[in-house]
Each structure stands twice: as C-alpha cells, then as structure tokens.
Design a protein around this ligand. Structure first.
Ligand SMILES: *Cc1c(COP(=O)(O)O)cnc(C)c1O
Length: 323
C-alpha cells in the first residue's frame, strides 16, 4: 500500500462516502465577518453524522476492507469521536467493532459508542498506552486495527471535508484546521493545495498540546503526554508516520491558541450563530476570532470539526465570558 495520500485518493474517498456521509453546509455570517475583519466560510462538521468529521475517514477505511477482514472485525483506540464514528460505520456495514477508550473520556462519548453497538474496553491512561492495549487485543482476536488518524484511507476520507468546502465556497486565501494527530489537517491540506493552489493552510493546536507545532518548526517529531486542555480531541501525543511528512509538505504554518481563546470563540458561535461546536472543533475559528493570525480582508475557510460538547462544562466555561 502506498503510504502517502494524493488528491486522487481524496476524490475516490468522496465517491465512496457519497450517500453515507452528510454533505455538511458551509455557514457564513456578517456578524462573524465583522468580528473577525474578513470573509469567513465555516465547514459545519459539527453537523456531520456522529457530530464530527471522523465519520468520513472511518467509512472510507472500513468500506475498503476485504470480505475476510470485515468478517474478523475491527478495533481502535480513541478519545471519543473516532470511536463513535467507527462504531456507527461498523453498524451500517455489519462489522464487529471493539473500541479501547480511556476511563476519563467524556461520559456521553462512552455511552454513544456503546449505543452504536460497539464493544468498549476501558483503560487507565496513567498506567498503559492505548496503542499497546489495542495491538494486544488485535493479535489475540485477529481484529483489523483502524487507527484514528495515521492511515492513508483515514486521511483521504478526512480530506473530503476541505474538498466540499472549496467546491461550495470557492477559492480561499486561508484555511484553518484543528490538529490532533494530523489526519484532518493533512487530508484537508492535500485537497486545498489541489483545488485552491494559492490557499495557505494553517494547522491549529491547543497551547498545552503543542507537539505538532514544535514538530513542524523543528522538523523533528515531538511528543506531549496527556496535555491539560479542554480540547480533548487534540490531546494526541504526536503526529503520525503518515501524517507528519504530509503536514511538512502541504501545510504552510502551525500555531497554538489558549483554552481561553477557545472559550471566547465557542461562546460567540453558540450564542450568535446558534452552532454547537466542541472545544476541539473551534481551534481553527479561535485563531481567527481572537486575531492570533493576521488575515484581514481575506477569504478564510475554517473547519468546525465537531460538536460533541459537554454542555454542563460549557456552562461553567461560559460563566467566565459572561461573568
Ligand atoms: C479527532 C478530532 C480532531 C483532530 O483530528 P486529527 O485527525 O487527529 O488531527 C479535531 N476535532 C475534532 C472534533 C476531532 O474529533
């Protein structure tokens, strides 16, 4: 298997997921444009099935497995949205799914994963790594490992989000993309550079989990361990073997935003645009909304990557902004 990803792979993933994944809307708002000082085009993956773009990659990956692989079943480790996506995809395609999840994963994400019919195995992130546990179970039972980001079929699926955004919004000057393990970012960067060659692609991470930014700037793979941030979908320890070279080749810059930046962006988009987006989902928006990167007067695309927010915690965070 070719371990890299081209635009053709993304176009092929788009055909495969058509009819299964939603073609999510692109939201615009004069109020947001005025607050940011530019034209904003928001790709609403919070409205995707399972509430996050991860359905795209998971569907592309599982639908490409052979009949024998499907019969064996699949396994993954995930902090939440990939787990739900894989569970739903497997329910649709009739494949047994085992999901390894940390015991501190948001409770509604654990429940949703079980509701989709997946078998959930809980582990303690302080004493074991999820990779080790899922590799062990995969060997014991013959499951096929479907990783959350570091696989060409996953990356190609995620890239369809940027393909649709540019098809619907037209060419862009900038595209801001949340970054955890870099699957969404690298797929979107490959699509953006093909469909809108002048578009600068910026990856955005939480400040506490800045491993990809450091890796990008130094050219050496850097890691973080269980970073303390409200952006739980970007607590990944490092970029992958497939995603790191793609990020280096296709991404123009990497940056971080603070948790307070995330809360201000979340509060605005919930209350003014009526869009429920989770902290990880506003990483890209937070960079522009808080003026952390100069983009005045430009056509700016943003991937709102997911909407599975803990509403009780959100209420606590919003008290800081409104208080
Ligand atoms: C998984 C996830 C991310 C990060 O995606 P990667 O491909 O790991 O970089 C961003 N936002 C949300 C909502 C996610 O679920």
């Amino acid at each position: 298997m070719n371990a890299s990803v081209t635009y053709d792979d993304i176009a092929s993933a788009a055909e495969r997921i058509a009819g299964a994944a939603h073609r999510t809307p692109v939201a615009t708002s004069r109020l947001l444009d005025a607050a940011c000082g530019n034209r904003m085009f928001l790709k609403c993956e919070n409205l995707q099935r399972v509430g996050a773009f991860k359905f795209r990659g998971a569907y592309n990956a599982v639908s490409r497995l052979s009949a024998e692989q499907r019969a064996a079943g699949v396994i993954t480790h995930s902090s939440g949205n990939h787990a739900q996506a894989l569970a739903l995809v497997c329910q649709i395609l009739g494949v047994h799914a085992t999901i390894v999840m940390p015991q501190d994963a948001p409770p509604q994400k654990l429940a949703a994963t079980r509701d989709y019919g997946a078998e959930v195995v809980i582990y303690d992130p302080q004493v074991a790594t999820r990779e080790a546990i899922s590799h062990e179970l995969a060997e014991q039972h013959g499951y096929v490992l479907v990783p959350p980001y570091d696989h060409p079929h996953i990356i190609a699926g995620q890239g369809t989000a940027a393909k649709e955004l540019i098809e619907d919004a037209g060419e862009l000057d900038y595209l801001f993309v949340p970054c955890g393990g870099g699957g969404l970012l690298s797929g979107c960067a490959v699509a953006a550079k093909y469909l809108s060659p002048g578009c600068k692609v910026i990856g955005v991470e939480p400040a506490a989990g800045d491993d990809a930014t450091r890796s990008f700037k130094t050219g050496v793979l850097c890691t973080v361990h269980n970073p303390d941030t409200i952006a739980d979908g970007a607590r990944t320890p490092y970029l992958g073997q497939v995603t790191f070279p793609l990020v280096q080749q296709y991404v123009d810059d990497m940056m971080t935003v603070s948790d307070d930046d995330l809360i201000r962006a979340m509060h605005f988009i919930w209350t003014r645009l009526k869009l429920v987006v989770e902290p990880t989902g506003v990483l890209g928006l937070a960079a522009v909304f808080n003026h952390r990167h100069p983009v005045e007067g430009k056509r700016v695309g943003v991937i709102l990557s997911g909407g599975n927010a803990d509403v009780v915690k959100a209420g606590e965070w919003f008290r800081k902004v409104e208080g």
